[in-house]
Design a protein. Sequence first.
Lengths: 331, 255
Amino acid sequence: MQHRAKILFILIGCLPISLSIAAGVGAYQILPWRIPQILLFREEGFAVLTYVRFPRVVLSAVVGAMLAISGATLQGIFRNPLADPGLIGVTAGAGLGATLWIVLIGSGVLGVWGLPFAAFACGMLVTIGVWKIAASQGSVSTVTLLLAGIALNSFAGAGIGIMTFLADDEQLRSLTFWLLGGFGGATWPVVFITLPIAVIGMFVLLRLAAALNAMSLGESEAYHLGVSTESLKRWAIFGVALIVGAAVSAAGGIGFVGLVVPHLIRLIGGADHRYVLPGSAVGGAILLVLADLLARTVVVPAELPVGIVTALIGGPFFLWLLLRFKREVFL
Amino acid sequence: MIELNQVGYRIGENWLVRDITLTIEAGTLWCFVGPNGAGKSTLLRLISGELTPTTGNIRLFGKPIHTYEPRDFARLRAYLQQKRDVNFPFTSMEIVLFGRYPYLNGAKETTRDLHIAQEALRKVEADIFAERLYPTLSGGEASRVDIARILAQAPELFLLDEPTNHLDPRHHVQILNLCKTLCRQRKTVITAIHDLNLASMYADRLLMLKDGVSVACGSPRDVLTLEQLSEVYGIRFEVLSHPGGYPWVMPSLAH
């Protein structure tokens, strides 16, 4: 128990460090330890920090936290370490909404807000569809939920495919960039809309941690231990849909964070969800801040989509984890 | 403490359990016996509240079981499942502590909870692998950890679906002795079990099921008779008298 509190404490300590490193690095270099001074005395670099770097690093931290805690929650609900936030259709739904908006309506309509709202609405809609398909007589089967998620995912994928086919060159470019994910569009207004959703959603999910522990024994065991399994599933699925919808709307589809981070956290400190959920949130924040730092610095002056960076690092890393610890963790 | 009144359960046109009426007194050890698919597990799951009867009703302490709040009900009855699969690296100790869930209301475990869990692990001789990862345990070791979890849940009614599966004879005896001890503390134990001789040795009451219907109900001596055994299992048996005074049953070799 003590051990885990220590790990959480260290992780939380690492977050501001990675935030300030990421805020400092870029075309205009700022040493991390000079940041407080620059902020206090409005020295040179103040504008770069407050208008460009801060919204971007804060947004990437928030999105990372949302994706990772969602992954951890869904892995708990489905009792499957391979579950990922995309599973309940919200990511593909949001992608479909975004591509529909870009191709059929035009990415500029309603200013910067049209696209993310279309993505969010469509992501929620698809998750509600998944839920409705899986529900029968007041109860929802996790297996049907999983299968309905897979079915609607491929359906939304087909929709994205059709839109890609119909798109002209310019639309195709913004579409591809959006689907791969990135924080190029991070501004304070985006942060201020995303942050409250993140806080509410994560608060909801953190409260489910103890019930998720009971759930890892099996759904009927959880019931026998006094968990209201139906309400647990409902809160978990809609909590996840809410924050993943917000994350995808703000930054596009960023893979692997939701899958890999919970595993890492379990590897360091065990499987108790009361530790894994907050640990994943902080770990995901740190990871995505650093991934975005790489994305915008390795091919200067261009910028890689951050989704490519997470997949490029996440893939081999996950493989290494799998090979190294398969006995202890994945079994 | 539990009353079943004409309980039946149907899936489609298939009755898995039909017209069971039973009164189970506190402090008794009941064994449900019968061939595979006789409805033993279904009946346990009905009593546990996991399944809702198609007909009839079930009362615990005079109150219909579906009117209990899940958490309150979990303090009164615990259920041991046959199958288990845990895909996350929890230690045995953590698994046993999940048994304290109905008492915690989301709070952290206190030292008292830890103490209860340790005591439960010791009772099934599983304290030596308290810190080992549950998914790495052998079938029998995992069974004992599960039983410890049920003990940590500290209910009035224990529903055990084949608690002796995967266990060696030493632990058969140990688990059933444990059940006896629980009964002496006025707890009630209902198990579904295949080993008729263990049932005969330990049970206060047997309920023999076939095709979801009660064939015989009563003391081991009344239930484990030649005629009833061959009717239910469809093979011939020999019934001897064990020096301990209870019927001793074995399948007969003769055709």
